[in-house]
Design a binder for this molecule. Structure first.
Ligand code: PBG
Length: 330
């Protein structure tokens, strides 16, 4: 028997053309949904300290930012509102106010960019004086699941009226997808989609996002509704429920520490699967790059590609604009 290898996988790596030919996963700007932070005021942008390169925009400036992104081929955006304490209350009433900052801006974006797809955030935390995604019982401090559902449904309805294309319930209350679906359908919004945050984990990686929106819980944590990072089968249980309740797309969040969950969800469903490459994952790469410890651009592209390889059809990512520029350069 010859000692020489009979199989040489390296032949498929011998030139750039061949490597490109056999490449399995590929990134394009169609994969990206770009989260954007909205703030009160006018004609201002403010960099998020823990997210170099990511800004909070006033409503007028967010229009400019979207214009630049559309030029780069990004057509889907997920705006999040950062609001002052003055408009927050226990029941997140501001969330259904059509004249409030968020819904006015959503309507304005759709007016200026009718072809852009907007995925709005359905969750109480940016509007909640408690900083939670559910109603907090004033005495026990418990999160009241069923009382939250009606608030989420009214918020969803208001967002649909403002022109949202996709609603993204990011709260993790039980039964919210079915509840929101029914209220939308009853109100002539059968065409509005729901992208469920299906497997959203109680993660340390949300820190920079909570800084950006000043939305951290005032007391306690989110472990009674967001999932335990140790669990994968539980994600499949949430997936089955979201499918039954009528979700159009499902999401795993965060992405990088949960690539196995993305893979497992993709194997089990025929719905499109998205992943949220969250704020802390962005911050980590940026911090190492600033130190000169990692090549920021190559790391970014590898991170995004790995999320696609794991099975994501689309990625919510703060890297969207930067990665689109890299893809354009080729
Ligand atoms: C809350 C929400 C969070 C994120 C998106 N929606 C934070 C949380 O659950 O506390 C985090 C996204 C990120 O970290 O990029 N409704």
């Amino acid at each position: 028997m010859s000692l020489l290898p009979t199989h040489r996988p390296r032949r498929n790596r011998k030139s750039q053309v061949i490597r490109d030919m056999v490449q399995e996963a590929r990134l394009t700007t169609h994969d990206f949904i770009y989260p954007l932070f909205l703030m009160e005021g006018q004609n201002r942008t403010l960099e998020v300290k823990s997210m170099p390169g990511i800004h909070r925009f006033t409503a007028d400036r967010i229009i400019d930012e979207i214009g630049q992104c559309v030029e780069l081929g990004i057509n889907a955006f997920a705006p999040f509102p950062g609001l002052s304490d003055a408009v927050k209350d226990r029941l997140a009433r501001e969330s259904a106010n059509p004249d409030g900052l968020y819904l006015r801006t959503v309507a304005d974006i759709k007016r200026q960019f009718p072809d852009v797809v907007l995925m709005t955030d359905v969750a109480m935390d940016p509007y909640s004086s408690d900083g939670h995604d559910g109603v907090v019982d004033a005495e026990s401090g418990e999160i009241l699941n069923d009382a939250t559902l009606e608030i989420l449904a009214q918020m969803a309805l208001a967002q649909a009226r403002a022109g949202a294309d996709i609603l993204g319930p990011s709260d993790m209350m039980d039964g919210r997808v079915g509840y929101i679906r029914e209220v939308l359908d009853q109100n002539a919004f059968a065409h509005v989609s729901i992208m469920s945050y299906t497997a959203k984990y109680a993660s340390a990686f949300y820190g920079p996002f909570r800084d950006a929106l000043d939305s951290a819980p005032k007391r306690g944590d989110k472990k009674t509704y967001q999932m335990n990072p140790a669990n994968k089968r539980e994600a499949l249980r949430e997936l089955a429920l979201d499918e039954q309740e009528g979700a159009d797309m499902v999401m795993v969040k965060p992405a990088l520490s949960y690539l196995d969950v993305i893979h497992a969800v993709k194997e089990k469903t025929n719905l499109p699967v998205t992943a949220y490459n969250v704020s802390g994952e962005y911050a980590m790469v940026k911090a190492a790059a600033q130190q000169g410890w990692l090549d920021g651009e190559r790391t970014m592209m590898e991170v995004l590609l790995s999320i696609k390889r794991a099975g994501a059809d689309a990625i919510l990512t703060y890297f969207a604009k930067e990665a689109a520029a890299v893809l354009r350069r080729g």
